[in-house]
Write a protein that binds this ligand. Structure first.
Ligand code: GCU
Ligand code: CA
Length: 136
């Protein structure tokens, strides 16, 4: 099973907007167009282990909007790519694999360029199957 955490309920460094259709919940986080613009979620994981962090986003430009991904302050991806999705109303989910601890975790996305991040809709966490992890 998966847990969806809407970006409009996270700490959004920017504005919570709803002017581009197709988002989940009541809106999305329009990150400020600046280096370091961030979205931060508090994620409660039932058990420690490997999770897929699905990041749903839209980027209506043709230019990548990379963001760093950290979990509890540790870098999981220094510059996760968020290429153009074709339109601000076209939402796509990028999967990032990360270890979560049992209980409270802090998942943070932070723009690495002056373009800021894409518009962020939600973070969806899914525990990875034990067999997939075992085969690594
Ligand atoms: C437009 C768009 C915003 C987006 C912004 C950007 O203003 O309406 O939703 O966040 O571009 O370039 O970041
Ligand atoms: Ca923006």
């Amino acid at each position: 099973s998966s847990t969806r955490l809407e970006a409009e309920n996270a700490v959004c460094q920017g504005t919570v907007d709803s002017d581009h259709a197709g988002y989940s919940g009541t809106g999305f986080c329009n990150t400020t167009n600046a280096v370091g613009a961030s979205v931060e979620w508090t994620v409660n994981a039932p058990t420690a282990g490997s999770y897929t962090l699905g990041i749903r986003h839209a980027n209506g430009t043709t230019v990548n909007r990379p963001m760093s991904v950290t979990v509890n302050g540790a870098v999981v991806a220094a510059a996760q790519a968020f290429p153009g999705t074709g339109a601000w109303t076209t939402w796509q989910t990028v999967p990032v694999t990360a270890a979560l601890q049992a209980g409270t975790n802090t998942v943070r996305l932070s723009a690495t360029t002056a373009l800021g991040g894409p518009n962020i809709d939600y973070l969806e966490t899914t525990a990875r199957p034990a067999m997939a992890v075992a085969l690594e």
